[in-house]
Ligand binder design. Structure first.
Ligand SMILES: [Zn+2]
Length: 90
């Protein structure tokens, strides 16, 4: 029976064959995908927010859409929004 903490599916199970022929299970934390821009899908210039990054005290920037949209797409989106509001593109 696995340890109670290892019963959760947040642990990846690795089935290993020992030299004696038995199969053992090793448990490993799943890897988190790197954060990507919601518009252009490019990886963002920030660490993947796993337990290690949280422990090291990383925080996303305070600006709107930080951690969701890359600065280039955000700049374009703000320009578009301003132009729509001011009636240039309406
Ligand atoms: Zn982008």
């Amino acid at each position: 029976m696995p340890r109670p903490t290892h019963r959760s599916r947040s642990w990846r199970r690795i089935y290993l064959r020992t030299p004696g022929g038995r199969t053992t299970v090793h448990y490993e934390r799943r890897k988190v995908n790197p954060p990507r821009c919601a518009i252009c899908k490019q990886p963002l210039n920030m660490p993947r927010m796993d337990r290690k990054a949280a422990r090291e005290g990383f925080r996303t920037p305070g600006r709107p859409y930080a951690g969701c949209v890359c600065p280039k797409c955000l700049r374009d989106a703000i320009k578009r929004a301003v132009r729509i509001i001011s009636g240039v593109l309406a």
